[in-house]
Design a protein around this ligand. Structure first.
Ligand code: PMP
Length: 474
């Protein structure tokens, strides 16, 4: 017999809903969120015996402050996904029955929802598995054309995501010349330097919209303007900005835009490459895979309808809720700055250009790894961007910004969203203060023989070290 439980979890109590959410994967009692209105979530449970357990069964997790890595899913998005996963499961390529026709319709609706966010045409949206694939398709996909027309120079930046830098490395191995522009100390590339790097044989300019480690906006609008009299293709990795900062991406000089579902409260494993037509002609992209001809021949394979629908819904909600969400980011940021003020943090990156939901900072005298470990029960924050003693390397982004060794060693990334609950800031401050005391106490201080970051040799592009790049200082 199925029992059903409806419980409203209020915003202040939202943590409970997360516990239940997690319980879904650990305890089959809770089967999902069945309804929601903005801050009141109803939770449904199909359970043979016991009903739902509001307390005591969940995983007690720290407050999630790593939304630049991935975001929690919007309940409405999950609902849509479950529907197309379970009920309307047809193949969007089947034309002979309603299962397929309805699936195709759902895909086309999602294409429209995504295209609206960047003012593109529906036919300019190519669904991929995420921003990594979109970046690869944009960069590697233009290579054949470049070779054909004798354009083998590419301009990009030192602070791109690895899913841009590594395809560039591949092309450099195939004979392309790649110019990587350095950022300034504030973490953004100067448009003038990008312009100066252009050559007659420049095929592509690739600059990200928002840096994932620092949250610093790159001047993509100004770069687009400077490219007006050059026919190089302009690619923007908008994984961190799509659905959050709209206007810059509506510029039709941006030929290619990479986006990702899981950064906007959608599912993982889905994204898109926006491929804007030029003079009504499709871009000369070559697919990376070959097969069924789906997605205008650029990305073959049976379409994951449920993920596409999820991305579409997430894009629609992002567009609708943009102002409210941004307001929440700002309010959270203000409270964070106020709460952490006693710790005298150093904020990395030009704060006039930083988005209101990502912050890269260090607490003088505090090592990032130690801080993350000590804060583990209070907040979940990123270590992906900081120096790791295991690998002996530092973030290529922060290194390119020429942060001091102490800042590199102490860099932490905090990122949040409109669903983020308030951490226990007092506990946060106390833990860091305690760490400071221990570090300054000679009896408990870290072994003085530990190598400093400088001694560990800061190698910005470890995996790219074998490629000769032409680095332009910013
Ligand atoms: N580019 C940037 C700037 C990113 O932040 C990310 C995700 N960390 C990616 C690309 C890759 O996105 P996906 O996870 O969708 O492959």
């Amino acid at each position: 017999m199925h029992h059903r439980y409806y419980g409203t979890v209020h915003w202040e109590e939202q943590r409970k809903s997360y516990r239940l959410w997690d319980q879904r994967w650990t305890n089959r009692d809770v089967c999902g969120i069945i309804e929601n209105s903005s801050y009141h979530w109803c939770l449904g449970c199909l359970d043979d015996n016991e009903g739902v357990h509001l307390e005591g069964h969940g995983i007690d997790l720290a407050i999630y402050l790593d939304c630049a890595a991935t975001t929690p899913i919007e309940p409405q998005v999950q609902q849509e996904i479950m529907h197309y996963l379970g009920v309307e499961f047809g193949n969007a390529g089947s034309r002979t029955h309603d299962y397929g026709i309805r699936a195709r319709r759902a895909v086309e609706k999602a294409r429209g929802q995504v295209s609206r966010v960047v003012s593109a045409r529906r036919s300019e949206v190519i669904f991929t598995s995420g921003a990594t694939e979109s970046n690869n398709l944009a960069i590697l996909g233009l290579a054949s054309h470049g070779l054909q027309v004798g354009k083998t120079h590419i301009v990009s930046t030192q602070i791109e995501h690895k899913s841009v830098l590594e395809p560039l490395q591949t092309l450099a191995r195939r004979g392309f010349t790649v110019t990587l522009v350095a950022p300034n100390h504030g973490g953004w590339v100067e448009p003038r330097i990008v312009r100066e790097a252009l050559r007659d044989d420049t095929l592509l300019v690739s600059v990200m919209q928002i840096n994932n480690e620092t949250g610093v906006r790159q001047p993509i609008g100004e770069i687009a303007q400077l490219l007006d009299d050059h026919d190089a293709y302009f690619h923007v990795d908008a994984a961190q900005g799509f659905g959050k900062e709209f206007r810059p991406l509506c510029n039709r000089r941006m030929d290619l835009i990479s986006i990702s579902g899981h950064k906007i409260h959608g599912p993982k494993g889905i994204g898109a490459l926006i491929t804007r037509r030029r003079k009504n002609r499709r871009l000369p992209l070559t697919p990376l895979m070959h097969g069924g001809g789906q997605e205008f021949g650029l990305r073959p394979g049976t379409l994951p309808v449920h993920l596409i629908v999820g991305l579409g819904k997430a894009a629609e909600l992002a567009l609708e809720g943009w102002e409210r969400r941004t307001q929440r980011y700002r309010e959270f940021r203000n409270r964070l700055i106020h709460a952490l003020h006693p710790l005298t943090p150093v904020l990395h990156g030009d704060q006039n250009r930083t988005v209101p939901h990502i912050m890269n900072l260090s607490f003088p005298g505090i090592d990032a790894e130690e801080a993350m470990e000590a804060l583990r029960d209070v907040v979940a924050i990123s270590d992906g961007s900081t120096c790791t003693s295991a690998s002996g390397t530092c973030s290529h982004v922060l290194s390119a910004m020429r942060l001091t060794d102490a800042q590199l060693d102490g860099a932490l990334r905090l990122s949040w969203c409109h669903m983020t609950e308030e951490p226990d800031w007092a506990a946060f401050v106390e833990i860091i203060e305690q760490l400071r005391k221990e570090t300054s106490d000679p009896l408990t201080a870290k072994d003085a023989d530990q190598p400093t970051v400088a001694e560990r040799s800061v190698v910005p592009f470890t995996s790219l070290a074998d490629v000769k790049y032409e680095n332009i200082p910013g």
